[in-house]
Design a protein around this ligand. Structure first.
Ligand SMILES: Cc1cc2nc3c(=O)[nH]c(=O)nc-3n(C[C@H](O)[C@H](O)[C@H](O)COP(=O)(O)O)c2cc1C
Length: 172
């Protein structure tokens, strides 16, 4: 007889969270702008979704400032962080203070991508995307953007920051 993989109902919540947390994830900064308003936020749910066209999907909390900026601005950027920059992640878990004179967001120097979205000046790599699809999923929205520009300021051999390099988790 085949063994059943079903588990007692009470266990489901805990184990489901553990399994969802176990899915390998990167840690990035999502950037977006609408006119003068701009922001960077810490994000782990990012993945390529198609090769032709080159589509990138990000899952963003419906209540986040960055959510409104992606929608209104019709674009987003993804900054890939260096592994040694994990302290930066904590600076972007709430709307970041913008100092346009100094060219900083949350105290970090930023550049403006061609869509107008901010990118971290010290990013290991970045992608700039025009918004193509929006799928409202409840707590989060899947924004799908087409990559229109990118760079690898950290060179070809970067070591990107991953969730497992921190003691943090998200979702579950
Ligand atoms: C490690 C970590 C990973 C996160 N990943 C995501 C994510 O993938 N999607 C998301 O919407 N929020 C994520 N968050 C939460 C957002 O960073 C946080 O709610 C954000 O500040 C809200 O954005 P806002 O500044 O635009 O309001 C994550 C937070 C942490 C600490």
């Amino acid at each position: 007889m085949e063994e059943s993989a079903a588990r007692p109902l009470g266990d489901l919540d805990r184990v489901r969270r553990r399994v969802l947390w176990s899915l390998p994830a990167g840690l990035y900064l999502l950037g977006a702008a609408d006119g003068e308003r701009r922001n960077l936020m810490t994000l782990s749910w990012a993945t390529q979704l198609a090769t032709q066209p080159k589509l990138l999907g990000v899952g963003v909390e419906a209540g986040a400032l960055t959510h409104a900026l992606v929608r209104e601005g019709g674009a987003f950027s993804l900054s890939v962080l260096h592994r040694h920059d994990r302290a930066i992640v904590r600076r972007f878990v709430k709307p970041a203070e913008d100092d346009p004179e100094a060219g900083t967001l949350g105290g970090q120097r930023v550049l403006t991508a061609s869509t107008g979205a901010p990118i971290l000046a010290g990013a290991a790599a970045w992608l700039d995307c025009e918004l193509r699809h929006v799928l409202e999923l409840g707590s989060h929205t899947l924004f799908v953007g087409e990559v229109i520009d990118c760079d690898l300021p950290g060179g070809e051999e970067i070591t990107p920051l991953r969730m497992e390099d921190t003691r943090m988790s998200y979702g579950g």
